[in-house]
Design a protein around this ligand. Structure first.
Ligand SMILES: [Zn+2]
Ligand SMILES: [Zn+2]
Length: 148
């Protein structure tokens, strides 16, 4: 696996450094209230890696499922039990080119001057994680553009 891509990232001040190896499990945008408040921006863009693909140094503070540097306040990767959520903007190289979101969450909160990303799944709220057979299918993009 010598060609496995390894990406590095950090907070704004550099006190927290991390890396992720290999391809992410999924990539998304979220327009929910928590993402807006936590980032101060109108949405967050993030990618999820398996826990074992992640390494980090430095001290982080956490609030709920968010992690940030206690010195500069920069958002950094949040480490869960099985997965790690990395805000794409915390990665060192920009643009990231091949990290393209596959879905958008909480589109009812999307700013009206933003548009649905082409070829992405659109969800009114959170991404369904269990029993997907019983959940409504994501709305086709054409409905999203025409509605609301
Ligand atoms: Zn920092
Ligand atoms: Zn969110």
């Amino acid at each position: 696996m010598s060609d496995t891509i390894r990406r590095t990232g950090s907070c704004l001040c550099g006190g927290v450094q991390f890396s992720v190896s290999g391809a992410p499990l999924r990539i998304g945008l979220c327009h929910c209230k928590d993402c807006r408040k936590a980032s101060g921006s109108v949405y967050s863009a993030y990618a999820i890696w398996p826990r074992e693909a992640f390494e980090s140094t430095g001290i982080v503070s956490t609030y709920g499922t968010r992690s940030f540097c206690p010195t500069c306040g920069g958002r950094v990767a949040f480490v869960g039990d099985d997965e790690v959520e990395v805000t794409i903007g915390s990665l060192d190289v920009a643009p990231t080119d091949d990290l393209v979101p596959e879905y958008e969450l909480w589109i009812s909160r999307r700013e009206t001057w933003l548009h649905a990303l082409p070829d992405t799944e659109q969800f009114e709220h959170d991404r369904p994680t269990t029993n997907t057979a019983e959940l409504p299918a994501p709305r086709p993009l054409s409905d999203v553009v025409a509605g609301d």
